[in-house]
Design a protein around this ligand. Structure first.
Ligand code: HPA
Length: 234
């Protein structure tokens, strides 16, 4: 039991999938887990524990944005001793070569937020994914047919940016896509000496807003969840 999670000690597995949406956590547990058990529903932020290919696994929603994710991941690392976390999220492409439906493995994450500026007293920290998880996910992903990109992403604090062209500066530095959570996840993994990776499906494109946003989100999400589960199954 922690402040925001009611699971009993031992009820959350060492390996955990972290979608933003708690209903996606429920979907993953019901679709892929053997004997899923609901272990948290405080604030509707479902956490389920079960097994996948015979190994214990949990899945929990993080909510949207870095402050929400930070609350849950701090407690998962500190109070539940979670060791490996894979975020499974969506993002908006800011590169012409990155198309709706493609997969991104975030090697690193920038941020427009203030959390790391406060943590590091105005200095910079470069949050990176765990290389072992990244390599494993890449090996599995490249065996499939969905294009996969590896590189930097940007965790922004505002989904509705007042400056509609603000992303262009990041694009010139080869950042692949915008989402809202990865930098804090990867920073917390470093702080607690745990392993983390962020896998993202491209749900929309800021480069070409006329392209249809991902309609069959569920299919893309299902494939990404399976990739994350298989990455952790090794
Ligand atoms: N911006 C921020 N977060 C996102 C986006 C976006 O365009 N698409 C999916 N998550």
């Amino acid at each position: 039991m922690s402040i925001h999670i009611s699971a009993k000690p031992g009820e959350i597995a060492a390996d955990l999938l972290l979608p933003g949406d708690p209903l996606r956590a429920k979907f993953i547990a019901e679709t892929f887990f053997e004997s899923p058990k609901l272990v948290n529903e405080i604030r509707g932020m479902y956490c389920f524990t079960g097994s996948y290919r015979g190994k214990p696994i949990s899945v929990m929603g993080s909510g949207m944005g870095q402050p929400s994710l930070s609350i849950y991941v701090n407690e998962l690392f500190r109070d539940y001793n979670v060791q490996r976390v894979i975020r499974v999220g969506s993002c908006g492409s800011i590169q012409p070569k990155v198309k709706v439906r493609d997969l991104i493995l975030a090697a690193g994450a920038c941020s427009t937020g203030n959390m790391n500026r406060r943590r590091f007293q105005g200095m910079d920290f470069a949050p990176v994914s765990d290389f072992g998880l990244l390599r494993q996910a890449h090996d599995l992903a490249t065996a499939g047919s969905t294009p996969v990109h590896v590189g930097n992403v940007l965790a922004t604090d505002s989904f509705y940016e007042p400056d509609a062209d603000g992303w262009k500066m990041w694009a010139t530095y080869q950042v692949l896509a915008i989402e809202m959570e990865s930098a804090e996840l990867l920073t917390l993994a470093a702080q607690f000496d745990r392993r983390a990776l962020s896998i993202l499906t491209v749900s929309d494109s800021l480069v070409d807003p006329s392209t249809d946003a991902l309609q069959d989100r569920e299919r893309g999400f299902r494939a990404m969840a399976e990739l994350a589960l298989n990455t952790l199954a090794f």
